[in-house]
Design a protein around this ligand. Sequence first.
Ligand code: PEP
Ligand code: MN
Length: 350
Amino acid sequence: MVVVIDKNATKQEIENIIEILHKNGFDVHRSTGVNQTVLGAIGVHPDFDTNTIRVLPGVAQVYRITEQYKLASRSFKRENTIINIADNITFGGKDVVIIAGPCSVENEEQMFKVAESVSSAGAVMLRGGAYKPRTSPYAFQGLGEEGLKIMRNTCDIFHLKMITEVMDISQIETILKYTDILQVGARNMQNFTLLRELGKIDKPVLLKRGISATTEELLMSAEYILSGGNKGVILCERGIRTFEKSTRNTMDLSAIPVIQQKSHLPIIADPSHAVGLRDKIIPMARAAIAAGADGLIVEVHPDPNNALSDGGQSLFPEQFNQLMQEIKIIVHAIGRDICKPAIQKKVQSI
Ligand code: PEP
Ligand code: MN
C-alpha cells in the first residue's frame, strides 16, 4: 500500500500515520521526493481497510500496489532513483556512466595497463572480478582478496571507482573494505540469502539479470535488497538464454524501456556477456545507449587473447576507444551526457 502524504502535513501527523501503520503490522519505507513524501507500507494484509489510513490527518491519497515488488515499483516512487557514487558519478540521472575493465583481475601489470587505457578513453569506473563464478570448477576462480588489493590500488592511482563481484555472504565483509559497488552476478540473481544480506549494507549493488529470469523476477530480486533498507540498487541487462545459438546469450534490449516503465531504479547494459563475441560488442553497446540504458559495463583487456577468462568477448583497448567515440554521438543525440572523469586538482610545485 502506498500512502501519499499531503504537502502541508506536519511532522507530527506523519509520525502518527507511521505509528498507526506499524500498529496494523506494516513495515514502513519512507521516500522523500522533490515534490512529495510517500510511505510504502509493506505487509500481506489483503483484508486491510485502506480507509483506516485514508481518513488520517496529513494523508493525501492511499492506494494499493498491485505488483508483487513494491519498493522497486514506479507506483511507489515516481521519480527516477539517482545513485551517487562520487561527485562526478551518478546512476539514473542525465549522465550515462561507462564502466570498463577485464573479466578477472589477473595481476598488477594487467590492471595498470587496462586502467590507463580505459580511463584515457573516458571510463569512470573499473570492473574486474576477484571472486569468479566459473561454469567449470577447473577454470580460473580469481585471486580473492589479493585481487581486491590490486584493484583498489589501481583505481586510486587512475582515479577510477571500483566495481567487483560478490558471490557469497562470507565475502561481503572483505569486499566492502575495497569496493565502491558490489556486483551480484547473473548466477546469483536469486540467491535470496545473499540478497538479504546486501540489503543491510550501505554501498550500492549492481544486480545482474539471471540467464533465465523475467524482468519481473529481476525486480523481485531487487525488492529483497531494497526491503532490507539498501536503496542503492542498479539493475543490469546482460542477456538471457534463448534458442538462438549464434551469440552467447540474447541481449534483451526491450527489457530496458520495459523496466524503466515498471521501476524507478537505474538500469545499465552489459553487451559483453550478452553477446560474448568481440566483434558484436560495439554495435550492441550503441543499441543499448539508444534504448535508454543509464550506463554500460564492458569487458576490456590489454591482451585479450591471453586473458584468464572471457578473452573472446573482451575488447582491445583501441576498440574500447572507438566504442566511446561512437556512443558519445548517440548519448548527445538523445539529450544525455557522458559521465566525465573527476577533475583532478593539480599539485602545485613551489
Ligand atoms: C562478469 O561480469 O564477469 C560476469 C560473470 O557476469 P554475469 O554474472 O553477467 O555472467
Ligand atoms: Mn566475464
